[in-house]
Design a protein around this ligand. Structure first.
Ligand code: ACO
Length: 376
């Protein structure tokens, strides 16, 4: 039997930090409300395109695996905030890293896109259609945010991470997963204006309406992640006490605590990033995985549980056996360009562009993202 070992990992976090106090300068909110309801204290705002973040994360993951770009057979780009729909974004990463032998695909299941991508790439390695893959989770949410809506504007941030998968005879990597979707409730988590307004590239800064039923999402997220976790553990013959670390989707600290309670796993075994990064949708789980490795929380042979939940309402839980190596083989010198502005300045630019309309939107695109998009 062929398995898909995770042999490389890398993240790319944009440097600009948006604090709860920053949000309170233009929203009727405060640090106490945000921390007590969500656990979030800060999140990142990107000054570059999603493809650029994904590229740096992929270059770091490749170096970590000790591979060259032309060793890669497949790139899976998991995201719901694509810079472009056509051409796909995976091909943008492919050309920037120089993965000349790869096939490239985008995959959107919202917050679960990285985990669904892990399933997809692992399955393709198991069948033998590819041997080496990069799976990316990336999100550039801040340009699409409705910054007048305090219900959602405090919850999200930008970021990216990637893993390298390689065919292996050893029983490691993804051992099993439970996938599902509460499609009957798909309307409770919807961003209107995202994905249907591509008349020109500037339109992605146009109006968006975030239709979120926070409390219903909360309940479904807990139920979905808890049940998927229970099912994947049963399928794989694993008991909760055998799990070494839970690396969950991080939409809200209270959701994570409830899922851990239902799964009978103590919070000491749960890895958290939600305080520092908020909800980065598809990037959340891989960024948390990379940081868990950096902090020594993943040991050789560790058994990891990764529950996820997102728009659709997609849900899943993945069981991963880590291999022997928990340190990178090499490091990459890939870096984002410096960010000359604060996160609040970046957000205020986006807010001003949305208020002013098309002309400013186009100007904003030119200064921030067109160059990277064209290059890719
Ligand atoms: N600051 C201050 N007050 C706020 C804020 C804010 N940022 N946002 C909402 N409020 C107010 C509301 O207006 C409402 O006021 P009202 O009662 O006067 O009408 C009140 O706070 C709502 O309070 P609660 O209902 O007690 O809030 P709750 O505990 O449900 O927390 C939250 C809201 C954080 C959105 C929670 O429901 C949640 O985390 N839901 C799921 C998360 C989510 O939707 N994530 C999006 C992605 S989905 C995913 O990734 C799984």
């Amino acid at each position: 039997m062929t398995y898909a070992a995770i042999t490389g990992w890398g993240k790319c976090m944009p440097p600009a930090v948006l604090t709860n106090a920053d949000l309170a300068t233009f929203l009727d909110t405060d640090d106490e409300w945000i921390v007590s309801r969500t656990g979030m204290r800060e999140r990142r705002v990107s000054h570059v395109s999603a493809i650029e973040m994904a590229t740096v994360a992929s270059q770091r993951a490749l170096a970590c695996a000790g591979l060259k770009a032309d060793d890669i057979d497949l790139i899976v780009y998991g995201s719901c905030s694509n810079d472009e729909q056509v051409p796909n974004c995976a091909s943008g990463v492919q050309v920037l890293i120089g993965a000349t032998n790869a096939a490239s695909m985008d995959l959107n299941t919202a917050c679960t896109s990285f985990l669904y991508g892990l399933s997809t790439a692992t399955a393709m390695i198991r069948t033998g259609s590819v041997r080496t893959a990069i799976v990316i989770g990336v999100e550039l949410i801040t340009p699409y945010m409705d910054w007048t809506n305090r219900n959602v504007a405090v919850l999200f941030g930008d970021g990216a991470a990637a893993v390298v998968l390689q065919a292996s005879d050893r029983k490691e990597g993804l051992l099993g997963e439970q996938l599902g979707c509460y499609a009957d409730a798909r309307q409770i988590l919807r961003v209107r204006g995202m994905g249907c307004s591509y008349a020109n590239r500037g339109v992605q800064y146009g109006d968006t309406l975030w239709d979120f039923d926070g409390q219903e999402i909360f309940k479904r997220a807990v139920k979905g992640m808890a049940q998927a976790s229970e099912k994947v553990l049963a399928k794989c013959g694993v008991t909760p006490d055998q799990i070494d670390l839970v690396v969950p989707h991080q939409a809200n600290l209270r959701i994570i605590e409830a899922v851990a309670r239902h799964a009978h796993i103590p919070m000491e075994k749960v890895f958290l990033t939600v305080q520092r990064y908020g909800n980065m949708s598809a990037a959340t789980v891989p960024v948390a995985l990379v940081e868990a490795l950096e902090e020594g929380r993943v040991k050789p042979g560790s058994l990891l549980l990764m529950p996820g939940f997102g728009g659709g309402l997609t849900l899943c839980s993945h069981l991963v056996r880590w291999g022997d190596r928990v340190t990178p083989l090499a490091t990459s010198d890939a870096e984002l360009p410096p960010c000359p502005r604060s996160a609040l300045e970046l957000v205020n630019e986006i807010r001003a562009a949305k208020t002013a309309g098309g002309a400013s939107e186009a100007a904003l695109m030119n200064t921030r993202f067109v160059e990277a998009g064209t290059r890719a």
